[in-house]
Structure formats: structure tokens, C-alpha cells
Design a protein around this ligand. Structure first.
Ligand code: ATP
Length: 366
């Protein structure tokens, strides 16, 4: 059974003067889904969220929430919960009063307010801070309270605008786990704005990747990572080694290429069409490059390179090495200690990678 659509953006466009900052944005968000708007600074994430929130009106297009057209409807009539980067709690109110605020505005009975505030504080695991003031809380606690305040009215849609950005790395991780857990418990439809690809992948069912106001791709974290629609998406999501080269042959399922530095490469043929002689960008992710046991192993002449280890750094869950191979400087991530792999500085290693792990895009400006 297909799920109901909770939020729909139809050909949404927004300009400030002559500057078009959101272009022809189309999206359907299913009930209970968590969608992230992901992209670099200035790509239009917050502007789009602000149009959904009712803080900005689109110049064109339709915004529909729960089947009702929302263009022109004031923010407080859209049944939304919102959490921002800055905690925006009222400093002169206690935590309980802050959380109760939306319910008071809705003229909910006092006893019910008390009950719902207690319940939501338990949900964010902070029932003991109800009588404190915001300044008596840590940053992480304040953001949990901001989340509690957004959830207490049981909104149709939860909007989160970079809610983790002001927290240090450890707290960010804790709170994103918390958000994931909360979403599983309450299943509220959620739109999450972030420029952090890992956060987007961690929390979202689907991600909308934006660049300069244009939707580059909409897909699951798996799709965005493994089947990027463009060079921009591939580069923005995760790390990758970029080489420049030329197309030698285009066959049924593969493309053969040579990098400018002379490495022969075989790539899986994807949707983008190429012809012989095209100048291209070639990408292989660091974790997809293997170090072969022996420098002599592998008879293949494609997707292999012999290189010198320039340096390696042990980073706990993996070891990152920079290897100069065939005139390219390649970043390689390995799941073992450098000494076990013969990856000491100056060591000679043989690398290879699979055809399906090579991504080819037309060279910009070629
Ligand atoms: P960030 O991650 O830095 O917040 P963003 O992707 O959320 O970036 P937006 O805040 O949506 O980007 O801004 C998109 C573009 O619109 C930017 O070029 C910005 O300068 C411009 N912009 C945003 N608000 C206004 C405004 N009120 N008036 C004029 N230009 C604006």
C-alpha cells in the first residue's frame, strides 16, 4: 500500500530581486518520512524550509500540507513543530513553561498541559529539569528541550533547521541518535536541513541534494552514495579520488579510459552517455581501493596501479594512506593497521579497484 503524502512542493520557485534562489522544486514527502535538504551554504535549504514553515512565500508554485494548499496561510495555522540552530527558548520561562507555551496558546486545559509536558520531557529523557531555566542547562539539554517544545503539540510535520550545528562533535552524535530514536517512537513526518552529509545519511529516509537552488538528486542515502546523478552529488557525499582522463572506448557495459597520468581504467557504464575522446573526471572512493597482497599479484592491466606510500595515519576505525601511484596521488582507506599492510612511508604497494566502483562524469567546461 502506498503511504499518504503529508507534504507536497509543486514547482516551487523563490527569488530575491533578480536572484533566483530556489528553482522549480518538486517533492512529495510521505507520512512518517524523514527527508533531509542537503547542500553547501547558500544552496537554498533554509529558504525552502522557510517557505514550508510559512516565514516566506514562494513566487511560484504550490505548497500542500496534509492535502491543503498552504500558500498564504500564516505559519501558526500550518500545524508545524520547529527546531532551529539556536535553541530559541524563552530565557525568563522555566523548561516546563517553555514546553507548555504552544499548548497554552491553543488553550489546552491546565491538567492536560501538565500531563503532556511531563510526557514529552520523559520522551527526551529530561523529566528532572522541568523547573530549571534555560541558562541552567547545557547546550545539548537546551536543544532536547527545544525538540520537546516542538513535539508537545503533536504537529503534522516537524521542521529541523540545522538543530545540531551549535553542539560539539560528541554531543552532535548523541543528539542525532536521540533524534533517530524519537522519530522511531513518534513517527512524525520530518524535514531536516543540514550541510552535513553524514547527519543527513544517518537520519533520513531520503535526501534532497541541492546546489545553487536546483535539486540535483532525490534518493535514499544508499542511492545518493552509490548512484550519484551528477559529479556535484558524488563530490559532495563522502570522499573520493578525482583523476582526469580521456575516453578510449565505449562498450556495452564498460567504458575504457586512460588518466592523464597514464593509468588504464575500466568503468561500469552508467546512464551518462560518452563518446570516444571525451575529456572526463574519473572518481574512485578511498574505501574502494584495495591493497594487493603482493606487488606482483593481479594480471589485469586495468584498474591497477603500483605506488609509493607517502604517509599513513591511523584513525581508529580505519587507516588513511596517501599513495603516489602512476602520477596520481590517491587517498586509500584500509581497515587494518598500516604495519600489517606494509603501508609504512616509502613502501611500494600495488592497488586495484573494481569496475563498478569507478564513476565517470563529463569534465566541467570540456
Ligand atoms: P546556509 O547553510 O548557509 O544557511 P542555505 O542553503 O540555507 O545556506 P539560504 O539561506 O536558503 O541557503 O540562502 C539561499 C540564497 O538566498 C543565498 O544566496 C542567500 O544569500 C539568499 N538569501 C536568503 N535570504 C535572503 C533574503 N532575505 N534576501 C536576499 N537574499 C537572500
Amino acid at each position: 500500500m502506498t503511504k499518504k503524502v503529508d507534504v507536497e512542493l509543486k514547482n516551487i520557485q523563490k527569488s530575491f530581486g533578480s536572484n533566483v534562489v530556489v528553482e522549480d522544486f518538486n517533492l512529495q514527502i510521505a507520512q512518517g518520512e524523514c527527508i533531509s535538504f542537503l547542500g553547501p551554504s547558500g544552496c537554498g535549504k533554509t529558504t525552502t524550509l522557510n517557505m514550508i514553515a510559512g516565514f516566506l512565500e514562494p513566487n511560484q508554485g504550490e505548497l500542500i500540507i496534509k492535502g491543503k494548499k498552504m500558500n498564504g496561510v500564516p505559519s501558526n495555522k500550518r500545524d508545524l513543530g520547529m527546531v532551529f540552530q539556536t535553541y530559541s527558548l524563552f530565557p525568563h520561562m522555566t523548561v516546563a513553561e517553555n514546553v507548555a507555551y504552544g499548548l497554552k496558546l491553543r488553550k489546552v486545559a491546565k491538567a492536560e498541559i501538565q500531563e503532556r509536558v511531563q510526557k514529552v520531557l520523559q520522551l527526551v529523557k529530561l523529566p528532572h529539569v522541568a523547573d530549571r531555566y534555560p541558562k541552567q542547562l547545557s547546550g545539548g539539554q537546551r536543544q532536547r528541550i527545544a525538540i520537546a517544545r516542538a513535539l508537545v503539540t503533536e504537529p503534522s510535520v516537524l521542521l529541523l533547521d540545522e538543530p545540531l550545528s551549535n553542539l560539539d562533535a560528541k554531543l552532535r552524535e548523541e543528539l542525532r541518535e536521540e533524534l533517530k530514536r524519537l522519530r522511531q517512537v513518534i513517527g512524525v513526518t520530518t524535514i531536516f536541513v543540514t550541510h552535513d552529509q553524514e547527519e543527513a545519511m544517518y537520519l533520513s529516509d531520503r535526501i534532497v541534494v541541492l546546489d545553487h537552488g536546483k535539486v540535483e538528486q532525490i534518493g535514499t542515502p544508499w542511492d545518493i552514495y552509490n548512484n550519484p546523478a551528477s559529479e556535484f552529488v558524488h563530490e559532495f557525499i563522502g570522499k573520493s579520488n578525482r583523476m582526469e582522463g580521456t575516453v578510449d572506448t565505449v562498450e556495452d557495459t564498460i567504458i575504457r579510459l586512460t588518466t592523464n597520468a597514464g593509468i588504464s581504467i575500466e568503468a561500469k557504464r552508467r546512464k551518462i552517455p560518452f563518446t570516444v575522446g571525451d575529456q572526463v573526471s574519473i572518481y574512485v572512493r578511498p574505501e574502494k581501493i584495495n591493497v594487493l597482497d603482493s606487488v606482483k599479484s593481479s594480471d589485469s592491466s586495468s584498474n591497477v596501479a603500483t605506488g609509493v606510500v607517502r604517509y599513513s595515519s591511523f584513525l581508529g576505525s580505519f587507516t588513511e594512506c596517501m599513495i603516489e601511484a602512476g602520477g596520481e596521488l590517491l587517498n586509500v582507506r584500509l581497515q587494518a593497521a598500516p604495519q600489517d599492510l606494509g603501508m609504512e612511508q616509502g613502501g611500494i604497494v600495488k592497488l586495484n579497484w573494481k569496475t563498478e566502483d569507478v564513476y565517470v562524469f563529463p569534465r566541467k567546461g570540456s
